[in-house]
Each structure stands twice: as C-alpha cells, then as structure tokens.
Ligand binder design. Structure first.
Ligand code: PLP
Length: 356
C-alpha cells in the first residue's frame, strides 16, 4: 500500500459555513468549564533542526480537563448539547479508549448514567479506566466498527438513551458535528498563542473527526491556509487509502500501539472535508511511533503513541530520509512554523491508575 498522498488543490479549498448549534459556542462552553485552561504549545528546537523548518511546536494534550487526551473537548460539548435536547438521558458510546472515557466522565459531571461499548481486544487497564469514571462497560466481539454498530443498536432499543458517537454515518450527523465543533477549541488556542495560524499542522487520524475539525478550522472562508497533513498507523490507514483511491475505502485492521487510530473507515462527514482540504496524508509504523514517543519523552514531553504519531509523520515527510518530493509537495520555507498535535499523554509511563 502507498504510504504517502498529497493534493495540490487542497490549500485553495474553502469550507461552507458550519451548521448552527443549539445554543452558544463550544469555545465559550469550554472557557466556562471547571478546570479549563489552554493546553501547552511546547517548542522543540531540536526537532525543528532535524526537520529543516523554523520552529516546531507540540500541542500537548496529555492533561485536558482532568483526562490524559484531547477527546473530552468533543465529548463535553456533544454531551452538553445532547442533554439539553434530552435531559436525564443515559449516555451511550463506543470507543477504543479515550472517547468512551471522556463520555463516562461527562456523564458523571452531568449526573446521568453511561454505557460504553468496547472492542474485545481492548486492554483490561483501558476498560478499567472507563469503569473508573462510573460507566458500565460492555465488550463486543469484533472490531471498532462492529462496536459502534452495537452501541447504536443499544441506544435505539429503548427511550431515554442517547448515543454520543465521534463518527458520522448516513442518518447520524448532528452529534459528530458537535464533537467536531468541540475539537476546534484546541485550534483556537493554537492561533491565540501564536497570534495567527502556523504553516503546517500534523494531525493523527482514526475516523478523521479531529482532522475534520482541523480542516474546517483552517479552510474557513477568509481564514489562513496552513498545510494540513494526517498521520495514521500503516495497519489502519483508512484516510490514506481512501484519499489515494478517490473514494471511501474500508481497510482491515489488526493490532497497533496507536490504539486510538485503529479504525477501519473514515467518518462520512469527515470524508468530503478531508478529500477537499487535506494537503497530505502519511502512514507510520508502530516502531516509528514508539521511537517518536521515546524522543519526545527525552525532551520532557509526555506523548502517547497516537500523539507521537504526528512526529513520526513529520519525519516521514520532512526528515533526512524522506523522499524529497514530499517536502516539495508541502512547499514549506526554512522559517516555517509546524505544529504537531500530540493528542494524548503517555499513560503507560505515568503513575496514573496505579496505587499511590
Ligand atoms: C489520542 C487520540 N488521538 C487521535 C485520535 C483520532 O481522532 P479521530 O478518530 O477523530 O480521527 C483519537 C481517537 O480516538 C485518539 O484517541
């Protein structure tokens, strides 16, 4: 399979205005949320030297609203909107880990029950963290897509249940749109801190909702137009395969250390946005992601495999051993500012979840 895709037209594309929300904006909601603070944007000059750009900054999502991943930005806003429309509902979600834990945490925050469906292959400690937030966890024999189908059927089977899923499909669009809106808080923080947009943003892709947020944000009418590049595991590169084919393609998935990116299909709402507005897509190996994690760790950054995948991807595009046409396609000058979205902390090396 190809490990690289690029588009020469994506930088010129502009999104239509986004759908109106029930009330207020996600950014205002987050700013008023207990414990909210922008996450750090950390310069890594060694990496900038290695990649031959002016500055590299890591957006460090290792601690976001009390959880070690960015996902609660989307889950919090979506849960709030869902519970405004359907007060007291039991929140239902499927997850490879981070989204379900975030929905469970929000259910606790709003004082409602949560049921979270997880693939059979989920590590017991990951499931235990979701249960630790007070949710009921249900294991499903099958991959991530099968788990999403089970969660959706369960939510539909009785009144008083509401599915909060971070991927869209025909007939299920509104909640994932709220989740994408919630993720955009992270991008507003980056622009506020830099006093404008960076020149390159590298984003990890599972179902592509976070990447959809990145493209919507940086391809808005009149907005800046940085280069946007996705990072995926080579064993679950559904966006890369779809972009290369020119239509959505489901890929078989196995095991990867980048568990949050282990998705066979792109969200239907993300697909047209990524196809139009993403400049490049690259696949990385587990070894590359592990190396990137270790290197970020040495630089004092806690980055889990999905987060560090963006450094691995930047290396695959701009590193010394990268094919030169990749740098040409990205068209970045020597003073370019690159932001790597490190979407989760390294929970395996921390004391989180262990007895004190
Ligand atoms: C840590 C982390 N990074 C990135 C992603 C990818 O987000 P998306 O599935 O919206 O592409 C996920 C998804 O669960 C994740 O958990």
């Amino acid at each position: 399979m190809n490990s690289w895709y690029s588009s020469s037209t994506a930088r010129h594309w502009t999104t239509a205005a986004t759908a109106p929300t029930l009330a207020g904006t996600a950014l205002d909601f987050h700013r008023a949320f207990p414990g909210y603070a922008p996450t750090p944007l950390v310069p890594v000059p060694d990496v900038a030297g290695e990649l031959g750009v002016g500055r590299v900054l890591v957006k460090d999502e290792s601690s976001r609203l009390g959880l070690p991943a960015f996902k609660i930005l989307g889950a919090s806003w979506a849960c709030r909107q869902v519970l405004t429309a359907q007060p007291g509902a039991t929140l239902v979600a499927a997850t490879e880990g981070n989204h379900g834990r975030a929905v469970a945490a929000m259910a606790r925050h709003f004082g409602v029950p949560a049921t979270v469906f997880v693939p059979q292959v989920m590590l017991p400690r990951t499931a235990a963290r979701i249960e630790g937030e007070g949710a009921e966890v249900v294991r499903v024999a099958g991959d991530y897509d099968a788990t999403v189908r089970r969660a959706s059927e369960y939510a539909d089977a009785a009144p008083g249940r509401a599915l909060v899923q971070d991927t869209a499909w025909p007939g299920y669009q509104q909640v994932p749109a709220w989740i994408v809106e919630g993720y955009q808080t992270l991008l507003a923080e980056i622009d506020a801190e830099l006093g404008g947009a960076p020149d390159l943003v590298v984003v990890p892709v599972g179902v592509g909702s976070l990447a959809e947020a990145v493209v919507r944000h940086y391809r808005r009418p009149g907005g800046p137009r940085p280069r946007l590049m996705s990072a995926e595991p080579d064993t679950a590169a559904c966006a890369l395969a779809s972009l290369s084919a020119g239509h959505p393609v489901a890929v078989p998935t196995g095991a990867t250390v980048m568990a949050g990116l282990n998705c066979p299909t792109v969200s239907t709402s993300a697909w047209p946005v990524l196809q139009s507005g993403l400049d490049a897509a690259v696949a990385v190996t587990d070894d590359d992601a592990r190396q990137a994690m270790a290197d970020l760790d040495r630089l004092g950054l806690s980055s889990g495999p999905c987060g560090a995948a963006t450094l691995a991807a930047a290396r695959a595009a701009l590193g010394r051993d990268a094919p030169p046409e990749r740098r040409t396609a990205l068209d970045l000058g020597p003073a370019a500012v690159a932001v790597l979205l490190s979407t989760e902390g390294n929970t395996e090396s921390s004391t989180e979840g262990k007895p004190a």
